[in-house]
Each structure stands twice: as structure tokens, then as C-alpha cells.
Design a protein around this ligand. Structure first.
Ligand SMILES: Cc1cc2nc3c(=O)[nH]c(=O)nc-3n(C[C@H](O)[C@H](O)[C@H](O)COP(=O)(O)OP(=O)(O)OC[C@H]3O[C@@H](n4cnc5c(N)ncnc54)[C@H](O)[C@@H]3O)c2cc1C
Length: 325
């Protein structure tokens, strides 16, 4: 049964986040041959519409307003609800990002709809749209279907493969005028914490440091390895609590959830709260002095050793491989 599915594209610093394209791929599965409509909300975002089309959206609806310059759940909800009212979709997909996590329950509440959050896969099976999502901090997975009403889901970044980009694909980009009113909060300015390099949530390679890194300077070899591999640096809460790095790097139950192709844990013991944020990474490498460390239970490759010896050796080897490739 084909159906119309809306996808909210997420823009940051003038470009779309990858999760927008992954959400389109999920929407294509849900639509079962029906129409996939991209939605863009913000100020001066219509130029990004074509890119949503290149990644599979059939057309795009844009809501632009000065009051939508910065994300507020109130303002974005008004805009998205107006598009939903116009389009009357059977499905809706958002990224399971900070924005998606904040906005989706509000939308579900307003529509009296259910919500399948943090889906890592979506497929058609037995005539149903079946979502897979992790539960118990990633220790198990459950499969869910929607039996009634809107098929509404958020998808975890880095899990669903986007469709190949087709630059020649064209689709209408139309605008919808919405009166954004009675905002309870107005964000004047967002001051970002300085983060270097690749965005941690969407990185394909993450090099993470724990208390074993021992100091702020101890992160230097990890940063170098991350740079050679084109990855991002993450951390355990132990390292953040010890003030070796900023909390924006924290991975785990109360930090970021990452699913990179490669996760290298350096001097991290592998507490359950840390595993909750990284155990679904595709390949996990653990470097730890203690052969009994819990992190080795989830690692695909384990190196028992001092990270200050092992990490520079890895960096040198990867540098050589890059020269020869
Ligand atoms: C409610 C709650 C929420 C939490 N949320 C999170 C969360 O989101 N993320 C998170 O990470 N934690 C979280 N924690 C904390 C968690 O329980 C652990 O305390 C924390 O993950 C430990 O960090 P760590 O592994 O860096 O430190 P440690 O447990 O102290 O481990 C350090 C490791 O480094 C190894 N090591 C030391 N020196 C070296 C060396 N030179 N070379 C190699 N290895 C070395 C040691 O063998 C050890 O295994 C939470 C806890 C609670 C109660």
C-alpha cells in the first residue's frame, strides 16, 4: 500500500545534516512507492531543497520566517504542524538528533499520535512496516509496527544507508506561509562550544578517551589519530568529570549516542553507561592496560597495552597506509 511520507530536513550552518538523507531513505521504505515530501523549516533554507530531492525526496515544502532563524520547539512545531495539516501524510520521519528528540514528542502529542523513536532500521515484512530500535541501553533490540494512525518515527544517525545522490533529479520546491505566533522563548544568539573537526554524532570514525588518558594533554595522541583517520574525538564521562575534556564529547547513556563504522576506545573501562552510547558501532577496538576490562566484552579487536604506546604506533601505521593507498 503506497502512502505519502514527510521528512524533516535538518540544516546546520547552512548545510543539511546527513541524517536528513538517511531519514529520506527510511521514508522511501515506509512510503512503499508513494510520495516522499521533504520539509525545510528555518530562515533562508529553500536553497537546500534541491539537495533533499537529489537524495530521493519527490518534492519539498519550505516554511521560512525570521522567527525560525534559531530552533525553538514552539516555532518549529507550528511550522511542521502547518505542513502536516496541508499535506495530510500517512508517515513522518525525523532524525533522532537533539532537534528531533525535542520536537517529535511535541508533534506526537499535538496529533495524538504514537511515536517510534530512535529506530536503527526499517523494513517491509509480512505486509507491515517494521522498525527496529535498541532497548535496555542497547543490550537488546525490539521490533515495532504501527497498527493505527500516523507512522511516525525518528531515526538514529549513521544507521540507515542514504540513497545514492542523483544530481539530475528534479522536484518542486514550494513554500508555505505560516504565521509563527506567541513564541514563549526567543533565542537571541547561540554560542557554540568550540569543537574541532568532524561532528561527533555523524562521524564515521570515533577515537574515544577515558580516565586512562590521565590529563587534557593525554588527549593529544588521540586527536592526532582522529585527524589521520578523518574522525572525531569522544570521551567517557570519567574523562569529562576529571576535566580532561569538555562534556560535549561525552558518549554514553547521559551523553551522545554514536554509531560509527569504527570506534576506538582508549583507556575506557567499559561501564554499562558508556556502552549504552557506543556498543552498536560497527567495529569496536579497545585499548586497555587491564586484560579483564569490561570494554573487551564488546570489542571486535582488543589490544592489551598502554595507550600512550599503542595509539602513536597505530597513527604511524595508518599514516603509512595512507601514503601507499
Ligand atoms: C546515572 C549515570 C550515568 C552515567 N552516564 C555515563 C555516560 O553517559 N558515559 C560514560 O562514559 N559514563 C557514564 N557514567 C559513568 C560510568 O559509570 C563510569 O564511571 C565511567 O564510564 C568510567 O569512565 P572511564 O572508563 O573513563 O574510567 P575508569 O572506569 O576509571 O576506567 C579507566 C580505564 O583506563 C584503563 N587505563 C588506565 N591507564 C591506561 C593506559 N595508560 N593505557 C590503557 N588503559 C589504561 C584502566 O585499566 C581502566 O579500565 C554514568 C554513571 C551514572 C551513575
Amino acid at each position: 500500500m503506497s502512502r505519502k511520507v514527510l521528512v524533516l530536513g535538518e540544516a546546520r550552518d547552512g548545510s543539511l545534516r546527513n541524517v536528513s538523507f538517511e531519514a529520506i531513505a527510511a521514508a522511501k521504505t515506509i512510503a512503499e512507492g508513494g510520495e516522499v515530501v521533504g520539509v525545510l523549516v528555518g530562515k533562508a533554507v529553500s536553497a537546500l531543497g534541491a539537495e533533499l530531492v537529489h537524495y530521493g525526496a519527490d518534492r519539498v515544502v519550505v516554511v521560512e520566517d525570521e522567527k525560525l532563524t534559531q530552533y525553538t520547539s514552539d516555532g518549529f512545531a507550528q511550522a511542521l504542524l502547518a505542513v502536516i495539516d496541508q499535506e495530510k501524510p500517512a508517515g513522518l520521519v525525523l532524525g533522532h538528533t537533539s532537534l528531533g528528540k525535542d520536537l517529535s514528542p511535541r508533534i506526537a502529542g499535538r496529533l495524538s499520535s504514537g511515536l517510534i523513536s530512535d529506530a536503527t532500521a526499517v523494513e517491509v515484512a509480512g505486509g507491515n512496516i517494521v522498525f527496529t530500535r535498541p532497548i535496555y541501553s542497547g543490550k537488546a533490540f525490539e521490533k515495532k509496527i504501527v497498527t493505527d494512525g500516523l507512522i511516525f518515527a525518528t531515526v538514529r544517525p549513521n544507521n540507515i544507508t542514504p540513497l545514492a545522490k542523483e544530481e539530475s533529479k528534479t522536484g518542486e520546491v514550494s513554500s508555505l506561509s505560516v504565521e509563527i505566533k506567541d513564541l514563549r522563548a526567543v533565542i537571541k544568539e547561540v554560542v557554540r562550544k568550540a569543537t574541532e573537526g568532524v561532528d561527533l554524532s555523524e562521524a564515521k570514525v570515533v577515537i574515544s578517551g577515558g580516565r586512562g588518558v590521565k590529563s587534557e594533554e593525554g588527549f593529544a595522541p588521540l586527536k592526532e589519530l582522529a585527524q589521520v583517520l578523518g574522525g572525531a574525538v569522544g570521551a567517557s564521562r570519567g574523562a569529562c568529570d576529571a576535566d580532561y575534556c569538555d562534556y560535549s564529547l561525552q558518549i554514553g547513556q547521559t551523553g551522545k549516542v554514536v554509531t560509527p563504522d569504527l570506534y576506538i576506545a582508549c583507556g575506557i573501562s567499559g561501564a554499562i553507561q558508556h556502552l549504552a552510547g557506543m556498543s552498536n558501532s560497527k567495529v569496536i577496538v579497545a585499548i586497555n592496560k587491564d586484560p579483564e576490562a569490561n570494554i573487551f566484552k564488546v570489542a571486535d579487536y582488543g589490544i592489551v597495552g598502554d595507550l600512550f604506546e599503542v595509539v602513536p604506533l597505530l597513527t604511524e601505521e595508518f599514516k603509512k597506509l595512507k601514503v601507499h593507498s
